[in-house]
Design a binder for this molecule. Sequence first.
Ligand SMILES: [Zn+2]
Length: 362
Amino acid sequence: MHGKTVMPGLIDCHVHVMSVIANPTANAGLPNVTTAYAAIPVLRSMLSRGFTTVRDAAGADFFLAQAIEEGYVQGPRIFPSGKALSQTGGHGDFRRRTDHIEPSCCSDRLGMLTRIEDGVDNVRRAAREELLKGATQIKITASGGVASSADRIDNTGFSLDEIRAIVEEAEATNTYVMAHAYTPRAIRRATDCGVRTIEHGNLVDEETAKRMHDCSVYAVPTLVTYDALANHGEHFGLYPESIAKVAAVREAGFHSLEIFKQAGVRVGFGTDLLGEMHKYQSDEFRIRANVLKPSEIIASATAVNAEILRMQDQLGCIEPGALADILVVDGNPLRDISLLTGQGEHLIAIMKSGHFFKEELA
Ligand SMILES: [Zn+2]
């Protein structure tokens, strides 16, 4: 094998495999069987792109992870969050201002990625329920967001007491909380309440990044989703109110990579794509290459993400006792990161848990 590179399987720490159409309200209304079947090609193509492990940030549950583990469906190993927790009117509340429906209308649907809970007792019970059902970590929305149409990006999500209660429940079962947050204010609140990973974090400033570093909080930027939403969001049925919010975070995202690096924050790799836009997943490598070295980007998508999953001896590495998630790249991605982009065209072998998913070594 000349000129090939052996490397650990890639890890994406922020995906939504149950988002099979981009419009979150339409996704929530899909029959369960439609969502489940539509997720099959999403999962398979993630594996084709070399992602042997993903952390699902809302939507996937224990039983999907198990179906893959048992071989019913081909896809990456999943660390599921179950349904993400959001307050009423928060980023997980996808109602438009004009909607006249209950937030719980679709709570039994696979395509409903979130649950709306208010008050310390309710969020505590919700966290306990998701943990009971097999979530490997709890996801909360701690600020406004893009895909939700009625909230502002600079809103905060949940009261401090609510966040603390959720963190307490996660830690009681030896896991942690990941929080969707954009602004310094939202990031600081989450960090001070014990959240372990900040998702997106686009608008972070130096002072807040330093605080994250001091509290050993990880950042999981997801820059590709803003590219995809800006370029294709309208076509795929995202509301105009949502598209209008993309610009506010897209440019800042580049700057956030530099701020996190300066402050010494451990930076993971995420993508956060919705529905029809999953195929752009590996463009995250291309986008980060504007700011970071290939070695830094690859470390995020392997070693750092394995740390986030608390699996650093088993994932994101090639060593005795690890789970044998291994890629063979046609070329050297440390010199040319574009070998990891596209749909896996430059991957000549993909092994997950010691089994070849793709093998074109000959
Ligand atoms: Zn997300």
